[in-house]
Design a protein around this ligand. Structure first.
Ligand SMILES: Nc1ncnc2c1ncn2[C@@H]1O[C@H](COP(=O)(O)OP(=O)(O)OP(=O)(O)O)[C@@H](O)[C@H]1O
Ligand SMILES: [Mg+2]
Length: 455
C-alpha cells in the first residue's frame, strides 16, 4: 500500500483517480491547488505524487520542481493533456518520473503506476484491476444500452415506485419473479438510482459457479490457497466495495455457501480463501431468485436466517400473463430495438398479431416476448409482422410437448422440431448444428433424411 497524493483542480478527475487507487488498496490524499499540495508534501507522508500540469491559474510544473527539490525518493507522475509531449518532457526534466496522458484508460494508468511504484507489490493489484476491468466492461455494455423498465400495468408502476423508494437506502433487496420477468433489469436500475451509482455493480450468478469455486468467486483467495492459485485473486464481494453486489439465482447456493454468505452479511467482513486477514467491506446486497424461497426454507434447502437478511425489502415482479396491458408497450420497445430498417423505417405489428400476443400465456415472460419480436422482425415479409408470423413462433415455443398420441410419433415430431430449430439457429451449418445438439454430423445427416429436412 502506498500513500498517494492526487493534485488536480478538477474534482471529477481527482475522484476517479481516488477510486481507482483506493480499490488498489492505496491511501489517497487530494489537493486542488499548489499551496495545499506543498503543505501535504511538507508533512512528509507521501510516497507518490500524481499531479496535473494545468491547475487553473497555477502550474503543476512548479509543484513538480519544488516537490523534487524536497525529496529525491518521492515518486512523481505528471498528468498532461493529450498530445502535449513538450510539456511532458519539461515535467520529466523538472523531476517527474513519468507522465500520464489524458484521457485516461484504466490499463494505461495501471501500467504507469506499476512503473512508478514497486513492481513486485503491484503484480497483485494488476490482477485485481484486470478482473475489475472485466466486471466493469460487463457493466458498461448494459448501462450504455438504454434499458428502460417498460410497462403500463399497475404492477409495473408499483415496481418502479418501489425502486425509487428503496434505491437510496442501503437495505438488502430480494427480487423475485419467474424466469425472464426482468429481475436483473430491476437490480441494475436499483444500483443506478442509488447513491452508489458511480461505484461498481458486481454480479454473481450463484447457479453458474461450480461448488468448489464458489467461495473463491465470492471472497477471493490468497496466493497458494490451493493448487493452481498462483496469485492472489480478489472476490466479487471485495470488488463491490462501496457499490452493489448482485447475487443472482441466490436460491441455488449450496448449504455450505449459505453459511459463509450469512456470516459475511452479518459482519460486513470475511477472509479470502487461504487467508487470515479479515477484509471489511461496505456492500449493498441485491439478490434475485425464481425459486420459492419460503418453500425451500420449509424443506430445509434454504436457511431461514439468510433469507431474513436478504429479504429486508421484497420486490416481486409478476409474470407477464398477469399483466397483459404491458405487452403492447413492451412489443413497441423491442420493435424499436430490433426493427430499424436501413433507410429509417421501423417494422410494425398488425392488430391481429398483437391480439395473438396478448392471448399467449408467456412461460418465458418478457424475454420470450423479446425473442418472438426479434425473430418476427427477421422473418416477416416487408415491414409488418403479421398474425401468421407470430402464431408460428408462439406455437413453436409452446408446442414442445404436443398433445398425447402414439409415443413414437410424438417423439419423432419433437425430434424434427428440435433439429429444424438447431439448423435455423446455426444458419444451416451441419457441423455447428450437430455440435449444438451433441450428435455427430453423420447422424445428423441421417436424421435430416429421415425427417425429410434439408440443411
Ligand atoms: N419491464 C421491462 N422493460 C423492458 N425490458 C424488459 C422488462 N422486463 C424484462 N425485460 C427484458 O427481458 C429480458 C429478460 O430480463 P432479465 O434478464 O432481467 O430477466 P430475469 O428475471 O433476470 O430472468 P432469469 O430469471 O431468466 O434470469 C432482458 O432482455 C430485459 O431487458
Ligand atoms: Mg436473471
Amino acid at each position: 500500500m502506498a500513500r498517494v497524493l492526487v493534485v488536480d483542480d478538477e474534482a471529477a478527475l481527482r475522484d476517479s483517480l481516488r477510486r481507482l487507487l483506493l480499490r488498489q488498496g492505496h491511501e489517497v490524499m487530494e489537493s486542488a491547488d499548489v499551496p495545499a499540495a506543498l503543505e501535504r508534501l511538507d508533512q512528509g507522508v507521501v510516497d507518490l505524487l500524481i499531479t496535473d500540469i494545468r491547475l487553473g491559474e497555477q502550474s503543476g510544473l512548479e509543484l513538480i520542481a519544488r516537490a523534487r527539490a524536497q525529496s529525491a525518493s518521492l515518486r512523481i507522475v505528471a498528468i498532461t493533456a493529450f498530445g502535449s509531449i513538450d510539456v511532458a518532457v519539461q515535467a520529466m526534466r523538472l523531476g517527474a518520473d513519468d507522465f500520464l496522458e489524458k484521457p485516461f484508460r484504466v490499463e494505461t494508468i495501471l501500467s504507469r503506476l506499476e512503473r512508478a511504484l514497486e513492481p513486485a507489490r503491484l503484480a497483485d493489484e494488476i490482477a485485481r484491476l484486470s478482473r475489475e476491468n472485466e466486471c466493469l466492461r460487463d457493466e458498461l455494455e448494459v448501462s450504455e444500452a438504454d434499458d428502460p423498465l417498460t410497462g403500463d400495468s399497475s404492477a409495473m408502476s408499483r415496481v418502479r415506485e418501489m425502486i425509487e423508494r428503496v434505491a437510496p437506502t442501503t437495505a438488502s433487496v430480494l427480487i423475485t419473479g419467474e424466469t425472464g420477468t426482468g429481475k436483473e433489469l430491476v437490480a441494475r436500475r436499483l444500483h443506478r438510482r442509488s447513491s452508489r451509482a458511480s461505484q461498481s455493480f458486481i454480479a454473481l450468478n450463484c447457479s453458474a459457479v461450480a461448488e468448489s469455486l464458489a467461495e473463491s468467486e465470492l471472497f477471493g483467495h490468497e496466493r497458494g490457497a490451493f493448487t493452481g492459485a498462483d496469485r492472489r485473486r480478489i472476490g466479487r464481494f471485495e470488488l463491490a466495495h462501496k457499490g452493489t453486489l448482485f447475487l443472482d439465482e441466490v436460491g441455488d447456493l449450496t448449504p455450505a455457501m449459505q453459511v459463509k454468505l450469512l456470516r459475511a452479511l452479518q459482519e460486513h467482513a470475511f477472509e479470502r480463501v487461504g487467508g487470515t486477514t479479515t477484509v471489511s467491506v461496505d456492500v449493498r446486497i441485491v439478490a434475485a431468485t425464481n425459486r420459492d424461497l419460503e418453500a425451500a426454507i420449509r424443506t430445509e434447502r434454504f436457511r431461514a436466517d439468510l433469507f431474513y437478511r436478504l429479504n429486508v425489502i421484497r420486490i416481486e415482479i409478476p409474470p407477464l400473463r398477469e399483466r397483459p396491458e404491458d405487452i403492447p408497450p413492451l412489443a413497441g420497445l423491442f420493435l424499436s430495438r430490433y426493427g430499424q430498417r436501413p433507410g429509417g423505417a421501423c417494422v410494425r405489428i398488425t392488430a391481429e398479431a398483437m391480439e395473438a400476443l396478448k392471448a399467449h400465456n408467456w412461460p418465458g415472460n418478457v424475454r420470450e416476448l423479446e425473442n418472438v419480436i426479434h425473430r418476427g422482425v427477421i422473418l416477416c415479409r416487408g415491414d409488418e409482422i403479421s398474425a401468421e408470423d407470430v402464431t408460428i413462433e408462439l406455437n413453436e415455443t409452446t408446442s414442445v410437448l404436443p398433445g398425447a398420441g402414439d409415443l413414437r410419433a410424438v417423439l419423432a415430431r419433437v425430434e424434427r422440431e428440435i433439429i429444424s430449430r438447431a439448423l435455423h439457429e446455426n444458419h444451416g451449418n451441419l457441423t455447428a448444428a450437430g455440435r449444438s445438439l451433441g450428435i455427430e454430423r453423420n447422424l445428423l445427416r441421417y436424421k435430416l433424411r429421415k425427417h425429410g429436412l434439408r440443411a
